[in-house]
Design a protein around this ligand. Structure first.
Ligand SMILES: [Zn+2]
Length: 408
């Protein structure tokens, strides 16, 4: 069975739920550094009759994780759900998780990640968060007030910035890279006042070379909110006859295990790293001033510029929900969020909000449907974003988007 660590377990509630609700687990270690919490956990574990599976530990989670690595007893799943920032625990977590194992990481320090103190964000996560004048309107990489609430079945998402997901993923990958490991996101969720990411961790010196090209600086215009990404490295395909090369924009993406993209491109997933060569990125992607409004750009990041989700995994979770209706009380919400995620353009990192677009050029706000069909008509791809009801993700470049908005 799988070995699970709940690193900051407090009352042990989640570990007890794992024991009672998740089949196939071999052992669960619930750790907390507070003697009171550890005592409470022991009592709760006994009360719930899960003592055969759950072992309460009074320990500093980091020491416990480093020790598990030293003793070659890694955990298959590590759950980090601290009050505030998980940053101090990431280094130990990326080492103590087994090959292909799962990290579940929650951040609740949204003020830091929303750019209220970008220096603090840098010190914790190695990325500068942005808060521009437009960060509450037209955000590409910033927060959005999302007036009117969330999608059907998805809770209202008030102030969780989209960049938060990409900042924590950047931070996890960077720390894993130190140990020749890298992360593959399965699912990244924005919810009320927190973000939670689920990533698998793999080892491979060759594949770690791809990591620079998966991260990008964000150039964000303070005038109109247009945004451009500057990748930190370039991954170029050798084109060695395995089939068509990945479409533009997917250039940095390496899937370390089989997935729909591999099938689509007809390549052998095990071989993909040897088909790429890595070089220095060139830039910047913008001039000294914005080409649309002549204002300056803020620079944020680096952020994770690859997909936030594994579509096959998301489909799998949806199918599992389908198979056992009524098993979870949160099923409608789960289904609503996962359905939007499944439809999201996974290769488009940032999104625009409708009101942001229209307020910038002082036009009426088009409906989501109108803007969607205009973009589709112009030959671009469009989707919603699970993080915000009013958001549009598109592969249209800013110039095309502004042309469409001006014709409104
Ligand atoms: Zn501009």
């Amino acid at each position: 069975g799988l070995r699970v660590l709940e690193a900051l377990a407090a009352s042990g509630l989640r570990s007890i739920r794992f024991a009672r609700e998740v089949p196939g687990l071999g052992a669960i270690v619930a750790s907390d550094c507070s003697p009171r919490a550890a005592a409470l956990m022991a009592r709760n574990v006994a009360l719930n009759g899960v003592g055969d599976l759950v072992t309460p530990r009074l320990a500093d989670a980091r020491m416990l994780m480093y020790q598990s690595k030293a003793e070659r007893e890694p955990f298959d799943v590590i759950d980090l759900d601290p009050y505030g920032s998980p940053a101090p625990f990431l280094d130990a977590a990326v080492q103590a998780v087994s090959e292909g194992g799962l990290l579940c990481v929650t951040c609740t320090d949204m003020a830091v990640m929303a750019g209220n103190s970008s220096e603090t964000c840098y010190s914790k996560y190695g990325a500068v968060s942005l808060k521009g004048k437009f960060c509450h309107e037209m955000v590409s990489a910033g927060g959005s007030p999302c007036p009117g609430g969330g999608h059907e079945g998805v809770s209202h998402v008030p102030r969780v910035p989209r960049q938060a997901l990409r900042i924590i993923l950047h931070s996890l990958d960077l720390r894993a890279n130190c140990y020749q490991r890298f992360v593959v996101p399965l699912l990244s969720v924005s919810a009320d006042f927190y973000v939670r990411v689920f990533v698998r961790v793999f080892t491979g010196q060759a594949k770690v070379k791809a990591s620079a090209s998966k991260q990008a600086l964000v150039f964000h215009c303070v005038g109109c909110g247009s945004h451009h990404l500057q990748r930190l490295g370039r991954a170029t395909s050798h084109g060695s006859g395995y089939g068509p090369t990945p479409p533009e924009g997917f250039g940095g993406l390496l899937r370390p295990f089989g997935g729909p993209q591999d099938a689509l491109w007809g390549r052998d997933p095990a071989c993909s790293p040897c088909r790429f060569k890595y070089s220095t990125a060139t830039g910047p992607p913008v001039g000294p001033t914005c080409e649309f409004c002549q204002q300056r750009h803020q620079v944020g990041g680096p952020v994770w510029a690859e997909p936030l989700h594994d579509p096959a995994f998301v489909e799998g979770v949806l199918a599992a929900l389908e198979r056992s209706p009524g098993r979870f009380s949160t099923e409608p919400r789960l289904r609503g969020m996962l359905s939007v995620i499944a439809e999201e353009l996974s290769d488009v990192p940032l999104y625009y909000t409708l009101d942001g677009l229209s307020s910038t050029i002082h036009s009426n706000t088009p409906s989501l449907l109108q803007l969607r069909s205009a973009l589709l008509h112009a030959g671009f791809r469009v989707s919603l974003s699970h993080a915000c009801r009013n958001a549009v993700k598109t592969d249209a470049p800013p110039a095309a988007l502004w042309d469409i908005m001006r014709c409104w």
